[in-house]
Design a protein around this ligand. Structure first.
Ligand code: ADP
Length: 474
């Protein structure tokens, strides 16, 4: 199969969150299954030509060759900027223009580079317009389109006056097209026009069809429920593996779990925390946003600081949470380490050095943190939602069944309770070691999920040919 995979961020070139990890790994896994995959993304300032060995094809197009070829759409006016979508927490005012341009260019370059895909797979609102262009222009009748939503919280909302920037006219300003409560939502280009829609866990696929979690699009999604499914993300074990991780203080595996504590010490040192092996350390690596549960964490923080544990947080995002965390550091310098910013190397050390990993998310489409933390033997404490509900199972200390600490109610009390249960379980050294060993052996590699994507693509092609056949009969 020939698959075009389009994403606004792709590891190792540019990343703000989990989407980049997926876009870096899934195409490789599909290629390993024998499919021909081409990836396209914007050429941001951070996508350095020398560092990544890019080949310049013309002013607007760069290429990185490999098993999977990656094309980069360049345009200094739109992409030669500090950030991907925003700076200092403020979205770029011309994001609609930027990504409309990107989507149009993607379709323009394909014939030029001689790639005619069977499948066009778009991800999140930045790439959704591609699907609307394909369906509206009707140029590629045999190409099936798949739209993956990685997070319903980001729908690409713009004032209706921006519609012209997409190249469409007012005929698209209708509820059955791009209109969204008086504005436009670019994500609807995917939800309305894609042959198949999917998201990154089965639970989230159900949740987005509920009014509470559908961000105003639950009705539309329910009307297409036959076409909506969920596939859990994998993680790339060539990147995330404590046995081969060259960045952490000391490599370790299931046969050498005690070496993990050297990472813990290094992490404590880097955060000016007392270097003690037996005090449980809770790690957190996350965008500092309401979605990630910071409002309930704020309410529980004071009490957590009085428990016998340490916390190390790495994150960046909303200024109010930056302030909150810096305040906690001032009050409890011996208990908490705060690292504001995006730091891939420190993230690896946190996974390696933590005993527990906290994800109190309000909602979580898939969540990669819990899967990575399994591999590094940091036991997750999570709220039961989306992909967290699908991958973390509450520990029963009596039977040893389960692999983390799960709470259901979205409240500071429930979070605190789960933390307390985790700290109690941690004291039973022998059982704790068994638990670490168990979760480190889990296999959340992309192989399984990539196969499911291939099934999804086949379904898309079948659906398309069925529609065409029935169309011909009319
Ligand atoms: P989301 O995509 O919603 O941000 P995920 O859990 O799916 O959340 O993916 C987050 C990914 O980004 C993980 O790989 C995590 O380690 C990484 N990450 C998040 N914040 C930071 C940060 N400040 N520094 C380094 N890595 C980060």
């Amino acid at each position: 199969m020939k698959i075009l995979y389009v994403s606004s961020e792709v590891v190792p070139y540019a990343k703000t969150g989990g989407l980049a990890d997926v876009a870096g790994a899934l195409p490789q896994a599909l290629s390993a299954l024998g499919h021909e995959v081409v990836v396209v993304m914007p050429k941001y300032r951070m996508v350095d030509e020398k560092k990544f060995g890019l080949e310049k094809l013309n002013d607007e197009l760069y290429r990185a060759k490999g098993k999977v070829t990656v094309y980069f759409i360049a345009n200094d006016k739109y992409f030669d900027r500090e950030g991907l979508y925003q700076e200092k927490g403020v979205d770029y005012p011309d994001n609609c223009e930027r990504f409309s341009f990107f989507c149009r260019k993607v379709l323009e370059i394909l014939p030029k580079v001689g790639f005619f895909p069977d499948i066009v797979h778009c991800n999140d609102w930045q790439t959704a317009l591609i699907i609307a262009y394909i369906k509206k222009l009707g140029e590629w009748p045999k190409t099936a389109t798949v739209y993956t939503v990685h997070n319903m919280g980001y729908l690409g909302l713009f004032p209706k006056e921006k519609l012209a920037a997409t190249g469409f006219g007012w005929e698209m300003y209708l509820p059955e097209n791009l209109e969204f409560w008086g504005s436009i939502a670019l994500a609807k280009a995917g939800f309305v026009f894609a042959d198949l829609i999917n998201t990154v866990s089965q639970t989230y696929a159900e949740e987005i069809q509920t009014d509470e979690m559908g961000f105003g699009l639950a009705g539309l999604l329910r009307s297409r429920s036959q076409d909506v499914s969920g596939i859990i993300n994998g993680i790339d074990y060539t990147v995330w593996n404590p046995e081969t991780d060259a960045v952490i203080a000391r490599k370790y595996g299931t046969k050498s779990i005690p070496l993990k504590y050297e990472n813990k010490k290094a992490l404590q040192k880097a955060n000016n925390l007392p270097e003690k092996e037996d005090i449980p350390l809770i790690g957190m690596i996350t965008r500092l946003a309401d979605q990630k549960g910071f409002d309930i964490l704020a309410g529980a923080m004071e009490k957590i600081m009085h428990l016998k544990c340490q916390m190390v947080i790495l994150g960046t995002g909303e200024p109010k949470y930056h302030e909150l965390l810096l305040n906690e550091k001032k009050k409890y310098p011996q208990h908490i380490g705060i690292n504001l910013g995006f730091n891939a190397a420190l993230a690896q050390l946190i996974y390696a050095g933590s005993d527990l990993f906290l994800m109190p998310s309000h909602y979580e489409p898939c969540g990669l943190g819990q899967l990575i933390s399994f591999k590094y033997g940091a036991i997750p404490i999570v709220r039961k939602t989306g992909g967290l509900a699908d991958t973390v199972h509450d520990l029963n200390p009596k039977t040893g069944k389960g692999d983390g600490f799960v709470f259901e109610e979205y409240s500071s009390e429930a979070l605190l309770n789960a933390v307390k249960r985790a700290l109690t379980a941690y004291r039973n050294k022998k059982e704790w070691l068994k638990l670490i060993e168990k979760v480190m052996c889990y296999d959340y590699s992309w192989k399984v999920s990539a196969r499911k994507y291939v099934e999804l693509y086949n379904r898309g092609l079948t659906k398309l040919s069925f529609i065409q056949k029935s169309g011909n009969l009319l």
